[in-house]
Design a protein. Sequence first.
Length: 335
Amino acid sequence: MNSLRTIDYHTAGEPFRIVIDGAPVPDGDTILDRRANAQTGDLDDVRALLCNEPRGHADMYGGFLVPPNDSDGDLGVLFWHKDGFSTACGHGTIALATYAVDEGLVFAEESGDTNVVIDVPSGRVTAIVHRAEGVVEHVRFVNVPSYVMATAVPVDTDLGSVNADMSYGGAIYASVRASDLGLSVTPEDLPELIRIGRHIKWALNDHESAQHPTDPRLSGVYGTIWFDDINDSDSVLHQRNCTIFADGEVDRSPCGSGTSARLALLHSAGRLSPAKTLLHESIIGTHFVGSILSSTMEGARPVVITQVQGSAFRTGEHSFVLDPRDPIGTGFQLR
């Protein structure tokens, strides 16, 4: 295998490994088409190499750079994790926009806002990169339309029965209040959050509320969002969350596309208006700020346009290789 060059970032503690050279580009007219081809092509072996031990770990995350859908886009990306390719990734969008400005792929003034248009499998998102004296301070991205799919969907677990709220923010999530099963969003409860979160995801994955209304390639539950209410004022709603996605992977950040999915639920419940923000805290204490820019109707379905703000920081630059004599090949997973 040729050398694979990456530049790594973290966004609110969640890794994002950007593959900048050495990976094949799958065919496809759109990013969603390229994702479908990547799932069964050579690129999946590259994903495994970079995500598996010893080069990665069970909670690794990253993206392959690909051409945008058309000339109006600046970048295209295929998001990946330990089990495959996701349809959306907010923390990755924040990291990728930071990288694009850091590396001069998109011109930015020394101070002020710069738009970076990124095509992802779920659609087109616009990231607004804010710099001060040449340094990126934060990124806020305007996501694809988000909406509620169902509320109070019952799920049986070995800790008892619980209701899950289903919503879409580029991927489909099941939101569950942690205290409903005697849990809290804390590191101490993480083993149970992982175990029960996996169960809820797979129990609802084929449920009718997890079917995307227009494209089956976006169907299925991507993750379970556990949440705790922390505080609520006239201007800020503060919640803590932990998203268990893929097959038991833990998001260290507050989950960007999951934040959009939560915003749709909170707006529908009358708890959040455009005049109020969501302070979304992760299980490690980092934050995203989510807000609703507008609401409209798509057919009979209410949808909201959301914005999520966070910061990404570079952690390293790497050149990975696979020695053909290596008996473990593309690596292994212990979890």
